[in-house]
Design a protein around this ligand. Structure first.
Ligand SMILES: [Ca+2]
Ligand SMILES: [Ca+2]
Length: 435
């Protein structure tokens, strides 16, 4: 069941990089050279990252229904740092990874649950689940602070401990010297282009996302070529991932990142892939105040909006941003006392989007500020409403997650301090399973 990867490689690299400190700057370069025997991941047919979609949009497709709880014990898992889930023919797999890398997974098929795998990963980041919920064992040189991604042909792509991006294909392993943020998530688009955050810097002293190091740009690797962008001045990207979607409908993806500096704090901004500023959200006004970008979807307003949690550690204000023709992004609706992130954690997956109640409208799923309940929020005419609320009886830990079960139902999964795996699945799940 286990898929182990041994990149036999020899990667030679070329580089690039030249950045101006005035404007976001783009540079192109190509490179590639590889040799040695080949290792391919031809046995990877599906993979699921902790952030749900490889474009960085924490949105899960599918449709839920009247949610019924099923609670099972985590059985011996220390407080998990990461919670992952993926479809499995029997139901779905839930994997729990502790801060020390200890990982256990379970096949959950209400009303039953059974142990599935047990292994130890390098301590730090989330696992990647492949195929029917198997935990991928990353290559030896992979940064432990993030997880690899897969391309459409099953090839593996990962950030190395040296900050390179390595790509394992039939021709051998190719490495790109991109100076990656070591905990950057690895994004992949529908054309197998890869986007990672780059240019690690300790210049911004906020340090609430797992360490004091933030990115100062990004790189997009397209086949053998790399395009790198560096932000101007003291700006850093305060996050571990972009959201890489087309937010204005012109057919081109924007790179949406949270840009921070000590003068005005965090603002969510959308750039063209080559670094031109397209849309700018309001800065928060002072340093050391964060905004957590979660997902881009239509949350009931009749148009897609960008969901943000502003200051998730203090008061947690959910905001739905409109994308405006004048180059601004502005909050159409706001509501406080929610949270999507624990201060100091590298886990930025505390919010997600999906239609869990099955009414055709996508909810933003976050926790109440005390983490004792999950809510599904929608935007009705500029007012944020709780479409549903689930009381947890114990405090949520790690991140909430979701999966579309093998029978098609959208399932919400939350792990709580009492070591319970709490799953919420539509009533139709049992019916379909028995059919
Ligand atoms: Ca666009
Ligand atoms: Ca809904």
């Amino acid at each position: 069941m286990r898929t182990t990867l041994t990149p036999l490689l020899v990667a030679i690299v070329l580089i690039v990089a030249a950045c101006s400190d005035a404007e976001p700057s783009a540079t192109s370069s190509s490179v590639t050279t590889s040799s040695g025997p080949t290792t391919t991941m031809t046995d990877v047919e599906a993979s699921t990252p902790s952030f749900l979609q490889f474009d960085g949009n924490r949105l899960i497709e599918g449709s839920g229904g009247e949610l019924a709880p099923f609670v099972t014990g985590g059985r011996g898992v220390q407080t998990p740092e990461w919670v992952m889930a993926a479809a499995n023919p029997a139901g779905f797999v839930v994997a729990l990874t502790a801060a020390d890398g200890e990982t256990r997974s379970f096949v959950v098929a209400p009303p039953e649950a059974a142990p599935f795998e047990r292994l130890t990963l390098a301590a730090g980041g989330p696992p990647l689940l492949i195929n029917e919920g198997v935990v991928l064992v990353p290559p030896d040189d992979a940064s432990p602070l993030t997880s690899p991604a897969t391309l459409s042909d099953g090839s593996l792509v990962w950030i190395t401990t040296d900050g390179d991006l390595s790509l394992d294909r039939s021709a051998g392993t190719t490495s790109f010297e991109v100076d990656a943020l070591r905990d950057s998530r690895v994004l992949v688009d529908d054309r197998d282009r890869v986007l990672i955050l780059t240019g690690p810097t300790d210049s911004y002293g906020h340090g609430v996302l797992g360490d004091g190091i933030e990115a100062s740009g990004w790189a997009i690797v397209d086949g053998g070529s790399t395009e790198s962008v560096s932000l101007a001045g003291d700006d850093v990207i305060e996050g571990t991932s972009a959201i890489w979607v087309d937010i204005d409908g012109d057919g081109e993806r924007e790179v949406i990142v949270t840009v921070s500096n000590s003068a005005v704090g965090a603002a969510v901004k959308a750039y063209s892939e080559d670094g031109q500023l397209r849309y700018s959200g309001p800065p928060i006004g002072q340093g050391n105040r964060w905004r957590h970008q979660i997902a881009f979807a239509d949350f009931g307003a009749g148009r897609p909006q960008l969901a943000i949690v502003t200051t998730p550690h203090i008061g947690g204000i959910v905001e739905f941003y409109d994308i405006n023709g004048d180059g601004t992004m502005s909050a159409d609706a706001r509501k406080s006392e929610y949270t999507s992130h624990g201060i100091g954690s590298r886990n930025l997956d505390g919010g997600l989007a999906g239609d869990f109640d099955g009414d055709g409208i996508t909810e933003l799923v976050v926790s109440t500020q005390d983490r004792m309940a999950m809510v599904g929020l929608i935007n009705q005419g500029g007012e944020i409403l709780e479409a549903w609320r689930i009381d947890l009886e114990s405090r949520r830990v790690a991140n909430p997650t979701a999966a579309v079960a093998g029978t098609g139902e959208l399932v919400l999964i939350v792990v709580t301090e009492d070591s319970a795996i709490r799953t919420f699945w539509p009533e139709s799940f049992a019916v379909n399973r028995d059919a």
